[in-house]
Design a protein around this ligand. Structure first.
Ligand code: IVH
Length: 668
């Protein structure tokens, strides 16, 4: 068959299967078959670059090339207005009465859920998604088309129907609860700040400059508004159903009502039922259904007269407090956690809630057995926001008293001046803190040592194989494979992974050390500024705060860390084991013309630098980065796990594969 025809056929078929899978939740082919079609299309598109189509299903994956200098902006054809809000049913009744008086004819109200995400405007021209714009200031917003394309429920191409030549669809971009919780768990593991709620997470994600990362974070969208000159129906509800037929995922549970009572019933029903929805909602939106009547009612400065939002009270659940347990973090900070009777909240079962610190417990005047209100906030586990004093009986349980001694090593806790948390000061003797530091050290963004989860660390620690992070570099296969759950193969893999970590660059070693307040960004800044560990260890407070983004808190913490004899000994040991303690000269420093005229494709996973860093190095040395292999490719910078199709293609065209080490020698 003609390959060009096949490309078109594959695109159409993938658009349809995508819709059946993501919007309809009713796939008709297996994931394997879907992937096979996608790979076939990817391969064909590589051979026929002239057939490039920015709305091909292959373009949903996003690019890991960062957009430089932020997003371009576009003016909205129709301003993006907001809605009047109310928390009161009486004001809903006022709205209904006002509309009735002004129209003086029969009307219908379309009731919808108010999704709690960020609004987006999608422009379709000749059946193609041509632009996606954020709300911005309502008049103009950021163009985020590439990021939006990674959302699988948003159609890129409309296949059937007699749609208007040009129209706009608006809706809400959301991060479902499950994706949000997974993302925050990941961020907690990597010591990155958590998102306070799915809305912030969705908004932070959509504004990322790297659309491949946007794709990984699994956003979704519900659409609730169609605008344009020749809309198919006079009814908003009918236009929504029409959009649904075209393949859009429109707001679910939408209902037309003719009486105020029906509207109130809808509100009452969804105030409860929304707790089981997979996404966050914060109210309902009531819209006059007829577009003609909407026009009659008109607009105020910032909002329409034909709509209103009724906001729900923050979602809360009431449950029993059974006890408080205390966790010790790797820095010695003590976190009190409430153990609760399991209760449903925003689609998940809650059994534990964070109590943050002693002051919060005191202010709540908590007693065991209290009925407490839990709410979902930014943390992975929800927080307790209040006590239902009415349900306290004369049988009241004991008052919750914050512990005085470390639950793990029994050392007396201390509280630093100006800090809310209690700490266990036994940094070098408290097993939980030591294990926590090792967990942090081996983490993906730190030394990236595979196969060392908390259980493995615990078992190595308990048999005395590791007492601090430096002991990792002394482990032998023969010490490990006899341990429980550790076969010879996993022991070998683990030792290999530890070996490999000796090449991890200085800034990540610095982050891995787990110095308080020194996260990934601070570690990078410090490594770059001081070049090696000796300079950093001898730096004074004033030298440290000179560095961009290093404040007093971080500076003092670095000084305190290196002031400890034990930490200096640790650094010496790690240095003797061959870990990297100086900043490589490459990356920023190397600027030459050794790659001039060369077109290079980067593929696979690397150890010494990230892909983005390699891209920068290539550009600094006069080379050109390219995303796909062709006869023009000079060579492939090949890391681990290079994709089989790329490897095959390179072989076919006789393009050489250059390893990371060869490449670094080449540009030296
Ligand atoms: S209609 C002119 N419908 O709420 C009215 N908005 O406070 C256009 N929202 O910016 C908006 N769910 O981001 C509409 N079903 C829904 C909605 C909804 C959420 C958001 C939207 C808007 C904000 C208004």
């Amino acid at each position: 068959m003609d390959s060009r025809k096949r490309i078109l056929e594959l695109r159409e078929s993938l658009h349809r299967h995508n819709y059946l899978y993501y919007v309809k939740n009713a796939p008709v082919i297996s994931d394997f078959e879907f992937d096979a079609l996608m790979h076939e299309l990817q391969d064909l598109e590589m051979f026929y670059p002239d057939m490039y189509d920015k709305n091909s299903p292959t373009q949903r994956v996003g690019s890991d090339i960062s957009v430089k200098g932020g997003f371009a902006q576009a003016e909205h054809k129709y301003p993006m207005l907001s809605l009047d809000n109310t928390y009161s049913e009486a004001e809903v009744a006022d709205f209904f009465g006002r509309v009735s008086d002004l129209l003086n004819e029969p009307f219908e109200i379309c009731c919808e859920l108010k999704y709690d995400g960020l609004s987006i405007s999608l422009l379709y021209q000749d059946g193609h998604l041509t632009q996606a714009t954020t709300r911005g200031d309502g008049v103009k917003g950021d163009i985020v088309t590439n990021n939006v394309k990674t959302i699988k429920t948003i159609p890129l191409v409309l296949t059937e129907g007699n749609y208007p030549k040009e129209f706009e669809v608006r809706g809400e971009i959301l991060m479902p609860w499950t994706s949000f919780e997974k993302l925050n768990e990941e961020r907690a593991r990597e010591d990155e700040p958590l998102f306070a709620n799915p809305r912030n997470a969705a908004s932070g994600t959509l504004k990322l400059q790297n659309s491949a990362e946007v794709g990984r974070r699994k956003l979704d969208a519900y659409l609730y508004y169609m605008l344009g000159e020749n809309l198919p129906y006079d009814g908003h509800y009918e236009n929504m159903m029409y959009l649904a037929d075209l393949g859009f995922k429109v707001t679910e549970h939408i209902k037309k009502c003719s009486t105020l009572q029906e509207v109130m019933d809808y509100i009452a029903y969804w105030d409860k039922a929304r707790k089981d929805l997979p996404v966050a909602t914060d109210g309902v939106v009531l819209k006059v259904n007829s577009l003609r009547q909407q026009l009659n009612l008109g607009y105020k400065a910032k909002s329409p007269r034909w709509a209103i939002a009724y906001k729900f009270q923050a979602e809360k659940a009431l449950t029993r407090l059974n006890g408080v347990s205390y966790q010790v973090g790797r820095t010695g900070a003590i976190t009190p956690v409430a153990n609760l009777d399991p209760v449903q909240l925003s689609g998940t079962t809650v059994k534990r809630a964070s109590l943050h610190n002693a002051d919060i417990i005191e202010n709540l005047d908590l007693h065991i057995g209290d009925m407490v209100y839990v709410e979902k906030g930014g943390e992975i586990i929800p927080k307790i926001t209040g006590v239902d004093l009415d349900s306290r009986t004369f049988m009241m349980g004991d008052k919750v008293e914050f512990i005085k001694y470390c639950p793990e090593c029994k050392t007396k806790l201390i509280r630093y001046e100006g800090e809310a948390a209690h700490y266990c000061p036994n940094i070098n003797g408290c097993a939980t803190q030591i294990k926590g530091r090792i967990e942090h050290f081996v983490g993906r963004k730190a030394m990236n040592i595979d196969g060392m989860g908390p259980e493995t660390i615990d078992s190595f620690f308990s048999v005395g194989l590791i007492n601090d992070i430096s002991d990792l570099y002394n482990l032998k296969v023969k010490d490990l494979y006899r341990l429980e759950r550790m076969g010879i193969k996993s022991a070998e893999n683990l030792i290999n992974s530890i070996e490999k970590s000796r090449n991890i660059p200085f800034e990540r070693v610095l982050f891995a050390l787990g110095i308080r307040f020194v996260g990934e960004v601070a570690a990078k800044k410090l490594a770059k500024a001081f070049k090696n560990i000796d300079n950093l260890m001898s730096a004074g407070f004033e030298d440290l705060v000179q560095v961009n983004e290093i404040g007093n808190k971080i500076a003092q913490s670095v000084i305190d860390f290196f002031a400890e004899e034990k930490n200096r000994t640790l650094i010496d040991k790690l240095r003797n084991y061959g870990l990297q303690f100086s900043f490589p000269e490459t990356e920023d420093e190397i600027t030459n013309n050794k790659l001039e005229g060369k077109t290079i494709v980067i593929s696979g996973v690397f150890e010494k630098h990230s892909r983005d860093e390699y891209k920068a190095i290539i550009e600094n040395c006069g080379g050109k980065n390219s995303g796909s292999i062709s006869s023009k490719t000079s060579f492939i910078l090949a890391g681990d796990n290079m994709g089989p199709s790329k490897r095959e293609k390179a072989e076919q065209l006789g393009i050489p594969l250059i390893s990371e080490t060869e490449f670094l020698t080449m540009i030296e």
